[in-house]
Design a protein around this ligand. Sequence first.
Ligand code: FE2
Length: 283
Amino acid sequence: MEVTRLSFALGAEVTGIDVSDIDAATYDVIHEAFLEHQILVFCDQDLTPQQQIKFSEHYGEVEVHLAKDHLHPETDKVILISNKRVDGRYIGAVSAGDYWHSDLSCQAQPNLASFLLARELPAEGGDTGFCNQYAALETLPDDLRQQIEGRNGIHTFNRMRNPRVKVPEMHKGDAKMRYADRAPPDGIHPIIRTHPETGRKALYVAHRFTVGIENMPDEESRPILDAIFEHQLNDELIYRHKWQLGDMIMWDNRCTTHHAYGGIPAGQIRHMHRTSLIGDVPF
Ligand SMILES: [Fe+2]
């Protein structure tokens, strides 16, 4: 097994292993690399849903995603991120990742880690960006940091309450059901969170879910959040992954954010299997 750094910002590529067939010592080596590099790209993985679940479960409890209409037909522990249609219906989440986010930061217990496996890819487009939130915090201007120190962010699943994001065209009809009626209560989390395993501090706000700062009027929080989101777009904080078939990326939602760049030509398919782990309450 070889672990090779992928970019200045974060990430490492792991080659020479089949994650469906590893021993306890290797699981530990992977865990160390995961904490150090924040995202790991495992190349050439041909995993069944059950094998992906088994690998994921070694690092925590797999969560059944709240978007029940996008679950894998064989197992509710895998969600499909896909633009494939069967009988006219999209079988997976199409707009997942269209804005920067940490997975389900809108929940009281957001996801610890996620695992995304590329099963079908378009000829172009479909890249995923990952942003290092330790570095985002460390490079944040002092005046901005002072304004968020000790504060909590408000995170919502409801796109209709977030002026920075759009409701995708395909969900215009069912937006209230999808984003309001079945939305969990807002997640209220420290804007600067402490990683429970490394002890390092990271920024924990992003475009898709963060809509405000607790106990602060919107007129005051809006420019602060805008400035942070702008800062998080700095190229030096980001690794942009071009997927190959069989890549499986494992990312740490406690210290990274990610974003699907889109740009998939009409008629081309991008079909991915995702598992996520239940995380703890951010502090
Ligand atoms: Fe995501």
